[in-house]
Design a protein around this ligand. Structure first.
Ligand code: ZN
Length: 100
């Protein structure tokens, strides 16, 4: 029966197309997931396996002295992270920043 065969091939073709589209969708989802995972990984604080030689010097904005990041006191003031040599400096800078 030619009619039956015709329907059969159309169904078969559309099913194959559907399958291909699904494969592309999954690929895109996996790609987005990979990008998001990579970004999330980049944001992670790298405390594990940190080498002492990779210590960065940061400036205390209150007394303008440089201190190693590992010894600095971290404080978020005005939506930004700042590093201080002591709690006293952090407090002073916070007070000064909040009054301006
Ligand atoms: Zn200081």
């Amino acid at each position: 029966m030619p009619v039956f065969e015709g329907i059969g091939t159309v169904e078969c073709r559309s099913y194959k197309k559907y399958n291909d589209d699904m494969r592309i969708d999954i690929f895109i989802i996996l790609l987005i997931a990979a990008v998001l995972l990579y970004r999330w990984y980049q944001k992670l604080p790298k405390e594990k396996g940190g080498e002492p030689s990779s210590t960065e010097m940061v400036m205390d904005p209150n007394c303008e002295t440089y201190i190693p990041e590992t010894e600095a006191i971290r404080a978020t003031i005005g939506g930004r992270d700042h590093f201080f040599c002591s709690e006293k400096c952090a407090e002073e800078y916070r007070k000064w920043h909040s009054t301006v």
